[in-house]
Design a protein around this ligand. Sequence first.
Ligand SMILES: NC(=O)c1ccc[n+]([C@@H]2O[C@H](COP(=O)([O-])OP(=O)(O)OC[C@H]3O[C@@H](n4cnc5c(N)ncnc54)[C@H](O)[C@@H]3O)[C@@H](O)[C@H]2O)c1
Length: 406
Amino acid sequence: MNNQYRAAIVGCGSIGQAHMQGYERIDNIDVVAVVDPLAPAREMYKNQYGIPEGYATVSEMLQSAKPDIVSICVWHLLHDTVTAEVAVGPTVKGIICEKPMAIGMGRADVMVEVCEVNGVKLAISHQRRFTPGWEKAHQLVEDGAIGIPLRADLRVKEGLANWGTHSIDGARYILGDPVAEWVMGAVERRTNKFERDTAIEDSCMGLIHFGGSLQFFIQSDLWDRNCDAGKFFIRGTEGMLHVTETVLKLFNAETKGWESIDLGLKDGDQAIGGNTNAAQTRELINWIETGKESRGSGRIARETVEIMMAIYESARQNRVIQLPLKEKEYPLDLMIKEGKFELEDTERYDIRGFLDRSKIDENRYQQIRDDGIPHHQAMSIVHSEMGTKGIKPAPELNSLDRSEDS
Ligand SMILES: NC(=O)c1ccc[n+]([C@@H]2O[C@H](COP(=O)([O-])OP(=O)(O)OC[C@H]3O[C@@H](n4cnc5c(N)ncnc54)[C@H](O)[C@@H]3O)[C@@H](O)[C@H]2O)c1
């Protein structure tokens, strides 16, 4: 890591901050530019982080700022087109694109291909792969601490593509990135629910079968209010693991009960944030310099997209879906177009719509921020004061009989 790198961030919203905080921790990277069509968003980043250049478009930025590494921090439906545009930038060597990688296999494949053709290393920001709990769990599984892995139990909320992508990708990482063979899924959509402009389900579940006897079961927006994309229960022939990003417990013949594994964490260590973003950036740089693929590569992440899309496609076709998935579009969108769902409430709402900065009262936003209120909360307050339509938090989890326990 001796070369000096120039970085740019596309999308000056919430998660771009974590990318910035990652870059700040690496000596041989200078963030030279940001891109956002909204001037106040660009200015906020420039002022807060002392970034010299701000652009309204990616093409202007690529020509003038000449970045080596670009963070793509825009909403999901833009990930493929922005990646394709950035990858042809003459100076670009690496991209870190946010999750979910893409909405539909066609889009994910375009991202991998355009980067390969242009010699650009593409990493997807499943940054939890770099947390100590997941790293140690990965190592324990590799060392045989639970024998042959049989089952991973995943519970998420606020959309399969939103949280489920972290969870499926994370369980794959811990278990050595096994290859999925078939998927069976069920999907419910009774309300006109979106997340960052992407149509999503009210709830869903999927059984994912890998080679050998390994299966994942994922439930999304069904049960467990305390669920977290970072938390798994994994069972093998010789033991079990409870995994979070910062807590790891092992049960096998040697531990004689549940044993907490020391992760060497200090008080105040964050689960995710600048630290994990820095780690994934270092691994991308190593990939650029040595050719050793990052654990978060687009090639690996596309398989997580494939599993999610196969859950939807299974519900669409009412059958088990063998992989590789043939459908290239977003099966949930296709189901909506095909009239598969009968909506009880047709009013469109977006559970992350409060992040939309395009029509807010910027003066009021600034006043609220000046009072020390963080970005997310400030955006919610401004939208609620303006009475913006179509912005709702995620409804309570599906109202079947559920416990509060995780
Ligand atoms: N890895 C994680 O843990 C994590 C966490 C949060 C969000 N995300 C992902 O990050 C992405 C962005 O989410 P967010 O919460 O930061 O959204 P956000 O709304 O806070 O920020 C998005 C920004 O992109 C800008 N933008 C829109 N179109 C653009 C374009 N063509 N070029 C440049 N900028 C453009 C918007 O003006 C806005 O400022 C989403 O895909 C989300 O899923 C990932």
